[in-house]
Design a protein around this ligand. Structure first.
Ligand code: TMP
Length: 206
């Protein structure tokens, strides 16, 4: 049976290495899996990602940013996610709608109700079976992300933006404990992976 798993968190919490770890666990337990990301995952989505993350000459309005995230998502669901789930595959996605609640809702302070309406419009009843939020203090994440590359348009926001993003993520985990969990990412990688494995096992995913 297919499952839809998403990975979330602020910058620098180790999404990429943990995504690879989850993929390996799924494959080792005989689960066919595709790995994808948002914004992105399709030709249109990757083009929108470029537009969203590059430093724009003109400020992108918050509503346009929100709608572009959902436009990329609509394409991704139609072309990649729903077909893979229908074919019995596991889908492991680096960010999904919880990122919109966290970044556009928390960070940009857009209405959560407005986001919920778009979620319903674009996804119907489809929600991830499990969302793992990698959680770490903002200064820890930003320090790690800053060592990696120059900040993109969203990464250049200030600490208070990322504090709001982090707290919106934690609120989501409290609101939907049946499908969203947090993992303390401010620990050595082996311990983070141990927590992830426990979550996957306790929810019958591996
Ligand atoms: P990342 O996948 O490399 O972390 O970069 C994606 C960026 O896009 C990240 O800063 C979070 C942001 N983002 C949103 O603001 N809203 C969304 O809905 C998604 C999927 C990503």
């Amino acid at each position: 049976m297919s499952k839809f798993i998403t990975l979330e968190g602020i910058e620098g919490v180790g999404k990429t290495s943990n995504r690879d770890y989850i993929r390996d666990l799924l494959e080792a337990t005989g689960k066919p899996c595709i790995v994808t990301r948002e914004p992105g995952g399709t030709a249109l989505g990757e083009a929108l990602r470029e537009l969203l993350l590059q430093h724009a000459q003109e400020k992108i309005s918050d509503d346009a940013e929100l709608l572009l995230m959902f436009a990329a998502r609509a394409e991704h669901l139609h072309k990649v996610i729903r077909p893979a789930l229908a074919a019995g595959k596991y889908v492991l996605c680096d960010r999904f709608t919880e990122a919109t609640y966290a970044y556009q809702g928390g960070g940009r302070q857009l209405s959560m109700d407005k986001i919920a309406e778009l979620e319903k419009l674009v996804q119907g009843d489809l929600r991830p079976d499990l969302t793992i939020i990698l959680d770490a203090p903002v200064d820890v994440g930003r320090e790690r992300a800053g060592q990696r590359s120059a900040p993109d348009r969203i990464e250049q926001e200030k600490n208070d933006f990322f504090e709001r993003v982090r707290s919106a993520y934690l609120d989501l985990a409290n609101l939907h404990p049946e499908r969203i969990c947090t993992v303390d990412a401010n620990q050595p990688l082996a311990q983070v992976q141990q927590q992830i494995k426990q979550q996957l096992q306790s929810r019958d995913i591996i």
